[in-house]
Design a protein around this ligand. Structure first.
Ligand SMILES: [Zn+2]
Length: 49
C-alpha cells in the first residue's frame, strides 16, 4: 500500500487508488492473496466512482 498524498492511497498490486487507507490495505491483502481484485473492495476505488 503506497501513500500518494494525505487523502489518496494506492494498492501496490493492482494500482487502484483509494481515499480510505484501510480499504487500500484490504485491497492489497486480497490482491496479494488471490492474485485478483475483489469486486466488493475495488468498487470503492476512485477510478470506479
Ligand atoms: Zn488491489
Amino acid at each position: 500500500m503506497v501513500k500518494i498524498d494525505d487523502k489518496l492511497y494506492q494498492c501496490e498490486k493492482c494500482g487502484s487508488h483509494y481515499v480510505e487507507k484501510n480499504i487500500a490495505e484490504e485491497c492489497e491483502e486480497f490482491c496479494k492473496k488471490y492474485n485478483a481484485c475483489n469486486i466488493e473492495i475495488i468498487k470503492y476505488a476512485v477510478e470506479n466512482k
